[in-house]
Write a protein that binds this ligand. Sequence first.
Ligand code: AMP
Ligand code: MG
Length: 412
Amino acid sequence: MIDVCSRESGSVLSIEDALDRIKAAIHPVNDTEKTANALGRVLAESVYSPINIPRDRNAAMDGYAFAGRDIVQGQAFTLSLAGTSWAGRPFQGQLQPGQCVRIFTGAVVPEQADSVIMQEQVQARGQSIHFPADTQALQNIREIGEDVKQGACLITQPKKLTAIDLGLLASAGIDRPIVKRQLKIAYFSTGDELTALGLPLESGKIYDSNRTLLSGLLADPCYDVVDLGVIPDDKQLLEDRFIEASLNYDVIITTGGASVGEADYVKEILHSCGEVNFWKIAIKPGKPLAFGKIGQCYFFGLPGNPVAVIVTFQQLVAPALRQLSGAPFAKPLRFIATCSSALKKSPGRQEYQRGILSQDEHGEFFVASAGKQGSHILSSMSRSGCYIILPKECNVVQAGDRVIVEPFSLLI
Ligand code: AMP
Ligand code: MG
């Protein structure tokens, strides 16, 4: 096969350079929509509150509302009960001097009252309520607009909306924020050896785990994802599928066929029908990764080995998709832990080894190797909970050394 990239064979990018190139190449989508299903979507227009929150002065406690003018300084005193203010059913009368109102949390405080005393601090005898000598004015009242003032910004765009954000919008009566449109993403696997799940496995074949992996990794409300199945190692079929998909999707993600074997057609095809921005990165696992564009469609040609798919997806594709979806950049959380295993490391590439993270009773973080590190070994990946990131220049890790870790749960 002609290696169309042989002229660039020296250009192995560092992960930082690859991320910079992705950042420079990707332009976020502009189209927006108004939706009631906004969880996890990217807010496209900042939201301002149409109301004060709270709308009314209300009680922060169950107790009695009264006016501070009725306090007898330094002495216990008695007020007469004028009625009740329930949450949702305010007291309708006027509070006269010498009177108080039974009140419950969230109920409107009568206009003439400026304080609420906790029910535990008074003694109620029929209509007479006895207040203690240390009663304070201006207590336990939630002021109008104390949380958010009318017209104030509730959430600034762009932001990936969380359950908490939607709760905040709901408190202002807003249920259909304006968000960026979903990305249309298609993925397919390549390889003559791949067998779909549900079929018996013949000699020489393997099950296609990558499409199942990608389906999970792409599970995000910002993405409208289509599985295009398995394409055999047939150059013409692959080319047709790439061209067709590029007309219908924002992003194509493929796995396999991206390295330099006889049947690895992906980057050759991408070179002939699109523009390849880069295809080799100095990371392990995951060296071959083709990134570029066919027409208006971005493509990511990921490696075939499942662990390399996960690493390249999480480290490169996920930030790229976030950027394309209009979401703000989210730097992955990394911190230092003491490595309790000795680790082997090949020189020249940044490695993402699979680790199991723990914390001792003093709060110190420890990480142990999750086992075999081959890029085809999915079982150790499944057992692990974090990457141990070993920079290019690191050659070996002894038990007790300090290493950089990146927990998985915060990645997706
Ligand atoms: P390739 O890049 O096509 O040479 O694939 C590299 C390795 O990944 C080979 O051992 C393939 O069999 C394996 N591989 C490729 N695609 C898949 C897939 N969809 N699921 C599981 N393993 C795969
Ligand atoms: Mg292959």
